[in-house]
Design a protein around this ligand. Sequence first.
Ligand code: COA
Length: 179
Amino acid sequence: MNLASNTPKFYELPPPPFKIFPAMQGDIPKIARIEAEAYPFPWSPGNFTDSMAAGYQVWVLRSGGTVAGYAVWMHVLDEAHLLNICVAPPYQNRGWGARLLRFIMALAWAGGARALFLEVRPSNGPARALYRRFRFRQIGVRKDYYPAAEGREAALVLYRELEETDGPDEAGGLGEEEE
Ligand SMILES: CC(C)(COP(=O)(O)OP(=O)(O)OC[C@H]1O[C@@H](n2cnc3c(N)ncnc32)[C@H](O)[C@@H]1OP(=O)(O)O)[C@@H](O)C(=O)NCCC(=O)NCCS
């Protein structure tokens, strides 16, 4: 048997069955590692610690010891503001970002939010594709908002009204029954 010609170049494994959990302090090193891989201008580990200390919503996509993504958002009165959503590069473009965003919208709705705001770089094609799919609308531009390789880059401010159909009843629950 000619092993060399029979040896596959790779064998694609299915992604682990990630579920979404509240982040714990001990997740921060893993979150920070993903952040540094996924963004040219990453948040520091301290930004995540501060977000948790401030009582923001910080959630991770987890399977066993593997963290594949996370989201940070804050909830003020009837508005939610998405501060960070990120999927680790090896798991991107497989639907996890969409699952995270659907969960954020369901939990925000359940907590009384009726709109979700976020900022995105005009140059961030994958993120803009994600938000387009979820029918976010651009409502403004913040000039010189982000650091960039040369100078600064603007932020597009996106907005999405939340509806009953975004809530946990229609989105298939929030998963409490599985724990
Ligand atoms: C933005 C991000 C969270 C999307 O998560 P994801 O798991 O890759 O996205 P999904 O697989 O759920 O796909 C969502 C949409 O994005 C598109 N998309 C994902 N990766 C893409 C890529 N590399 N290029 C182009 N489009 C891409 C998908 O095609 C899909 O759009 P569609 O439904 O119209 O086909 C992820 O790319 C990421 O973590 N990026 C780095 C961090 C970041 O920029 N966060 C957003 C800050 S505002």
